[in-house]
Design a protein around this ligand. Sequence first.
Ligand code: AMP
Length: 620
Amino acid sequence: MNPFIQLGIRHDIVNAITELGFENPTPIQEQSIPVLLTGSNDFVGLAQTGTGKTAAFGLPLLELLDFEENHPQALILCPTRELCLQITNDLKNYAKNMRSVHVVAVYGGASISDQLREIRRGVQIVVATPGRMLDIINRKAIDFSQVKFVVLDEADEMLNMGFQEDIDSILSTTPEEKKTWLFSATMPSEVRRIAKKYMTDPYELTMGTKNTGNENIEHEYYIIRARDKYAAFKRIVDFNPEIFGIVFCRTKIETQEIAEALIKDGYNADSLHGDLSQQQRDKVMKRYRERSLQLLIATDVAARGIDVNDVTHVINYSLPDEIENYTHRSGRTARAGKTGVSISIINGKELGKIRQIERTLGKRFVKMDIPTGFDVVEKQLFALVHKVHNVEVNEQQIEQYTSRIMDEFKDMSKEDIIKRFASLEFNRFLDYYKNAPDLNAPVDESRRDSSGERSFRTSGPSEFTRLFINLGSVDGFSRGDLLGYICNTSKISGRTVGKIDVKGVFSFFEVPNDEVGKVQEGFKGADFQGRDVRIEISGEGSSERREGGSGQRREGGNYSGGRREGGYSGGAGGRREGGYSRPEGGNRERTGSNAGGGFRDFSGKRREDRNTGGERRKRF
Ligand code: AMP
């Protein structure tokens, strides 16, 4: 039997939600639907966005209301227009096989007369933002005397936005005996207070532990110098060619500036903030939903209620002033069972805030290193290679050109042609990143907060030295191969070798400081298939504690390639040209549409960090 039927939902509705792809109830639906269907409880649900909240209250409402009667029976209050429209739309979808269900969306920034007309025609469910709702109540244009259920959705955010008084006034027009269902992603004391004020002995349901974010979200942070923020941010984006992300800034100005800079630099980005007209906001959201935008730069308030599935990353370009907002922000990713990453780009002074959020969420954040220019180039190259590999060929259309194309390439080997296609865009990246500096700021671990909790590796002199070797995956080395090769050549024990990082034409490996001499000695005069093998101290120390500026040398100097012979392990042979030829420079163009990853124009200039601050209440 369909699990929703088992929960007590009627066939008409189950058929409709099956079409929407709801096969099994989400945990919050499973637990709240049976309780709400009794219609006899007040209810508090502590749940993140994206967990299926709308159906959790929406399906019971459709079961409980009497649609033969044409007057308001349920009122759903929510903080933003987007959420209001989305809830309305969802309810209409669930009810599409039911007769005489009338749902109206009431929100600011749109014609009030249209909304009044809809209300006059008769509605049972009103979904509203508080400001406009109050306006309509004050015009005596609606009668809530027969309301049976009030839903306060995203209650914490409504309070954050200062709707407390409006909510009080609206609720005073509804009957005493109605039931109130409150949903909130977080439970600050303000929400506790309104729960107490409006409800009697509510049934409480907490999904996950209190304030814990979605389990499917990984939290990462990068420590940079304030002046490198924009460059570091771009590098993170470039390192994730398939990113489909929301970038949070604290102020409208910052939002706009970052979006403009990104657009100038050839990214598919746009901003969403309160200064935009409703029409402009709709347009931006439409483009984002359709994925013609890859990055949406938003303020906290503007991004509330955005329900876009498949958001891969949330980036905190600036940390929010309130911890609760971090939960809201990160909840924009990992929706409907997917996974996602929430990234914070911080300076050393903000480490204490990260610790505070960690404690509130009960989750450990992982410190990441800003990828080197080389890392980005390599990642983008393979993203391009995969794209070429997987592209759908329109056989019919291309056929007419095939012989001319073949003719152009007739004197080239398959390898040459592949390299040329890859280089076409790859060169631009290489060009942009060839002298890219290390953007990781030195970490002062003493800047922890007062709890003294030390959950990450402490600094101090490393026992390991990181060595560079001019052999890599292009020579057929895997990590294991390289370990074997290093041990054989330098006669050190495999157990003493630390982290091995195999790159394309070179690699890094760590050995204990007191083994460095032995390794250097062992590799003296070594050659690999006729080529000199070079070992150098990379100058970075342990990868965990990179110090500023050290990354430059390896990025600038090591693309030299040269002629390489067949691989190390397989020895598949064949003459290989140096994998990554030096860029020819110039030839930059802007790519128009980059959704789903691609190469861009990298004229990127550095921008200053603009922490112009907001004016919100509870600060860290
Ligand atoms: P919500 O938390 O209500 O905004 O829902 C988040 C997303 O999950 C929306 O896109 C819903 O359509 C989707 N969703 C909700 N419930 C289910 C379900 N039982 N199965 C599959 N998807 C669902």
